[in-house]
Design a protein around this ligand. Structure first.
Ligand SMILES: Cc1cc2nc3c(=O)[nH]c(=O)nc-3n(C[C@H](O)[C@H](O)[C@H](O)COP(=O)(O)OP(=O)(O)OC[C@H]3O[C@@H](n4cnc5c(N)ncnc54)[C@H](O)[C@@H]3O)c2cc1C
Ligand code: FES
Length: 281
C-alpha cells in the first residue's frame, strides 16, 4: 500500500450473526483486487481499520487466521455509529480495510512452550485467529500443551459455537468453556467467571509456559492473581489492549500508553511492560 490512509476495497462475502441477542456479527470480506490480499499479510493479534465510506473508520481485531485463504474475518459488537451502520450492511456491499496494524502475538517466539489462552466476551476474536493458526497440522507440533479458558455471560453469547464444539472434540487442545450463568440443566461445560475457572482448570506454569489473556478489564483484573498463583511470571503473560484510536499508524498520538503508541507498538504487550506504564491500562 503506497498511501497508508487509503483502504483496500473489499466485498462483504458473508455475514453471520454470532450471538442470541444479535449484538455480535462476523463479517467475512473478500478483496476486490487479488494483489491487495497478498499485500494484506497479517498475523494473529493484529487489527485493521474497517472503513465505511461517508460513515467512519474503526479499529477491529482480525478474527481470521492467515491460513484461511481468500478471505479476512472480523467480529463486530454493535455499539455506536460505525458498528451500527456495519451491522445493517448486506452481503455484496463494498467497503474498505486499512492495515494490517499493530504487532500481534509473537507466536514464533513461543515454540516448544506450553500455551494458556484465556479469553472473555468478544475479546475472543483474535484468539480464534490464534487457535486456528496453532492448530494447523504443520504448526501444532511446534508447541507444547495448549489450554483455552473462554467465557461469556451465557451460552447464547459464546462466539464461534461450531468451532468451539470442534475444538472440544479435537486432540491437542484442552478447552475449558464457561458461562457466568445458565438455566440449561444439560449445559455440558463450566459455570462461573473466567478467573475462577482458570484457577480450577488451567495448568500451572512449568517455567516454560506462556499465557495470552484477552478480555474486559474486570476479567483481566481478577485473572492476574490467579495466573500469579499458577506460577506465570508477568514477563510470560501477554495482553492485548483496545485503546481509543484515530489514525492507527502512529501519527496522531491518540492511543498512547506511557512512551508507547498502542496502535504501532502494541496492541500486544507483556504484563511486565504494562506494570511499568503510568495509570490503568
Ligand atoms: C486494537 C483494537 C481492536 C478492537 N477489536 C474489536 C473487535 O474485534 N470487535 C469489536 O466489536 N470491537 C473491537 N474494538 C472496539 C471498536 O473499535 C469500537 O467498539 C468501535 O470503534 C466503536 O465504533 P462506533 O463508531 O460504532 O462507536 P462510537 O459511536 O464511536 O462510540 C460508541 C460507544 O463505544 C465507545 N468506544 C468507541 N471506541 C472504543 C474503544 N476503542 N474501546 C472502548 N469503547 C469504545 C464509545 O465511548 C461509545 O460509548 C477494538 C478496538 C481496538 C483499539
Ligand atoms: S491511533 Fe494515531 S497514534 Fe495510535
Amino acid at each position: 500500500m503506497n498511501n497508508p490512509y487509503e483502504p483496500y476495497p473489499v466485498t462483504i462475502k458473508e455475514i453471520k450473526t454470532e450471538t442470541a441477542d444479535r449484538s455480535l456479527k462476523t463479517f467475512t470480506f473478500a478483496f476486490i483486487h487479488q494483489a491487495d490480499e497478498a499485500a494484506f499479510s497479517y498475523r494473529s493479534g493484529q487489527f485493521a481499520m474497517l472503513s465505511v465510506p461517508r460513515v467512519g473508520e474503526i479499529p477491529i481485531g482480525i478474527a481470521s487466521a492467515s491460513s484461511e485463504k481468500g478471505i479476512v474475518k472480523f467480529t463486530v459488537f454493535k455499539t455506536g455509529k460505525v458498528t451500527t451502520f456495519l451491522h445493517n450492511m448486506k452481503q455484496g456491499d463494498v467497503m474498505g480495510i486499512r492495515g494490517p496494524m499493530g504487532n500481534g502475538f509473537p507466536l514464533e517466539q513461543m515454540t516448544k512452550k506450553n500455551l494458556l489462552i484465556i479469553g472473555g466476551g468478544f475479546a475472543f476474536t483474535t484468539l480464534r485467529s490464534t487457535i486456528i493458526t496453532l492448530m494447523q497440522p504443520d504448526v501444532r507440533d511446534q508447541y507444547g500443551t495448549i489450554d483455552v479458558v473462554y467465557g461469556a455471560r451465557n451460552p447464547g453469547m459464546l462466539l464461534y459455537q461450531d468451532e468451539l464444539d470442534q475444538w472440544c472434540r479435537q486432540p491437542g487442545i484442552n478447552m475449558h468453556i464457561t458461562v457466568d450463568e445458565t438455566d440449561d440443566p444439560d449445559w455440558p461445560h463450566h459455570t462461573g467467571f473466567v478467573p475462577a475457572v482458570a484457577g480450577e482448570c488451567a495448568p500451572e506454569s512449568t517455567g516454560n509456559s506462556v499465557a495470552i489473556v484477552c478480555g474486559p478489564p474486570v476479567m483481566i483484573k481478577f485473572t492476574r492473581p490467579v495466573l500469579a498463583d499458577l506460577g506465570y511470571g508477568d514477563e510470560n503473560i501477554l495482553m492485548s489492549l483496545e485503546n481509543r484510536m484515530k489514525c492507527g499508524i502512529g501519527m496522531c498520538g491518540r492511543c498512547n500508553i506511557g512512551q508507547e503508541l498502542v496502535c504501532r507498538d502494541g496492541p500486544v504487550f507483556t504484563l511486565a511492560y504494562l506494570n511499568k506504564t503510568p495509570g490503568e491500562f
